[in-house]
Design a protein around this ligand. Sequence first.
Ligand code: FES
Length: 286
Amino acid sequence: MRPAAAELVDSREILPGQWLQAYHAPDLAVGSRAGQFVHVRTGDFSGMVLRRPFSLNTVDAATGTVTIHFRVFGRGTEWFTRLRPGDQIDLFGPLGRPFEVDPRSRHLLLVAGGLGIAGVRMLADEAIRAGRQVTLLFGAASAREVYPSTLLPDEVEYVVATDDGSLGHRGFVTALVPDYEAWADQAFACGPAPMLAALARLAAGRRGRLGVAKLGRKRGGGRTDPTGSPAARRKAFLQVSMEQNMGCAVGACLGCVVMTMSGTPQRVCREGPVFAAEEIAWEGGW
Ligand code: FES
């Protein structure tokens, strides 16, 4: 991880109160992976000294462009919307641990709730580049908050659920998952904690019968991998990217801790934000 100067290339409101910004940040674009995030500081140090964490939404190493997708929530994020092409900001990253795709996985199921799309969007690009098939299940409150399909690669199968039924399936996005879980080799999710907890319960009830578990184990595949390790994530049917409030984003303040099944607290900014769903102690309030 490193600080990187970034120049705004494009900025637009893609949904009410939600913005997509592209920055030229070639140092960051090389080596960043899906699931990681950046910590961003405003350029004028105008009293808003706390950085803001944003998922890396997309990364194009060839052009040195990275995008972030965020919702305006307070003065700090509002400041970003007033930036103009050519303005510079300071990005710090890439931070956190990425999604891990098992090399045998051909079918990836992505599940996103609302702004959680920003956490899994880049994984769609990586998977398609690797020749995998991707289905994205997306949930929102209503049609006006549905992520535009034009911002997705053509190869992605895109299925929408809205709480009020104004577009796609009526109800929660989690209700769509049973239709796809037998197809999927692995699933990756980002969104509100109750959505992630519901998905984790679904996956736990089918442990051993889904995804990579049915592809057959490699040598050594039966051993227990340490919590938070890449191997533990790679073996999991469901990986989740946790959306947690952050302070320092470098592991110092302990403001982002989640409890794991082993009883060991884990920092979302350092050991996460991506975890194997079975590692998280979901019964602690989700
Ligand atoms: S945000 Fe400070 S330890 Fe994670």
